[in-house]
Design a protein around this ligand. Structure first.
Ligand code: SAM
Length: 274
């Protein structure tokens, strides 16, 4: 018998796991509507918590629906396995940062009200499984969602914007006020959907190099590119690829970052041949 079955007391929210539980039923309904789960789809929820979203997802999927859930908190796992039959909810007690999403059938729909303290690392982790994902629908800090969706020229644009936008279509669905949670967080939240661009997406010749260049440019975001990327590019290279060397990182499109990265890749390859 699980600990919860023996001692069914109220759960006390744990700060270290970013536990702010959704309590506003109309917001939960809107989230489920935004996910629009269909029978036969494969849904995995990160951090189901007390099942606020999970319960409605299972209901919406009907008789043939089942969900995988990844929850780190042992006490919550005990509650979830107590409430739901394994045929409806398979609970994996694990850290989502370490979970191997390739063990689940694809295409995968990943959803969750993510713990704010690890939301950006989880997004980068999920990029590793991009080809297996059909979409991601997440609740995140509003400020993070605004950064994710920021276009070239927008002051909020950063490494996260470029590294996600070259892989995913990013749509902000709606904002959620702090009063929708218990305990009430200090920040506003938003629901965002990411859909992999698939074959449409940019294909830098070397994705590790692309990531390095984007990171370097944004680490020195106040500097002009000719300074921040001076170690990679020759002065003539900028004209060759039609990118303004006086621009700053936040002004560049993903295509322009790829042009820089591919130019550096070509130079490295031709140097190696000599
Ligand atoms: N989905 C619930 C809701 O909307 O009320 C809970 C959301 S709460 C913001 C975040 C949930 O993620 C908690 O249940 C927490 O225990 C879980 N969590 C935190 N860190 C995690 C991790 N690294 N891996 C998996 N779950 C995690």
């Amino acid at each position: 018998m699980s600990e919860f079955a023996k001692h069914p007391t109220a759960h006390r929210a744990r700060k270290r796991f970013g536990q702010n539980f959704l309590v506003d039923q109309s917001i939960i309904n809107r989230i489920v509507e935004a996910i629009d789960p269909q029978p036969g789809q494969h849904i995995v929820e990160i951090g189901p918590g007390q099942a606020a979203i999970t319960r409605k997802l299972i209901h919406a999927m009907g008789l043939n629906g089942s969900i995988d859930a990844i929850e780190i908190d042992r006490d919550l796992v005990a509650r979830l396995t107590h409430e739901f039959d394994d045929s409806k909810l398979r609970v994996h007690q694990a850290d989502a940062m370490e979970f191997d999403f390739a063990t689940l059938p694809s295409p995968l729909r990943v959803v969750g009200n993510l713990p704010y303290n690890i939301s950006t690392p989880i997004l980068f982790r999920l990029c590793e499984f991009e080809s297996r994902i059909s979409d991601l629908t997440f609740m995140l800090q509003k400020e993070v969602v605004d950064r994710m969706a920021a276009a070239a020229g927008d002051g909020e644009r950063g490494r996260l914007s470029v590294m996600l936008q070259y892989r995913f279509k990013i749509e902000k669905c709606f904002d959620v006020p702090p009063t929708a949670f218990k305990p009430v967080p200090a920040v506003d939240s938003s629901i965002v959907r990411l859909t992999p661009l698939g074959t449409e997406r940019l294909q830098p010749q070397d994705e590790t190099l692309f990531a390095q260049i984007v990171t370097t440019a944004f680490t020195q975001r106040r500097k002009m590119l000719r300074k921040s990327l001076g170690a990679w590019m020759t002065p003539e290279a900028w004209t060759e690829i039609s990118v303004n060397p006086q621009a700053r990182a936040e002004e560049l499109t993903c295509e322009e970052f790829m042009a820089i990265s591919d130019w550096v890749f070509g130079k490295k390859a031709s140097t190696a041949l000599r």
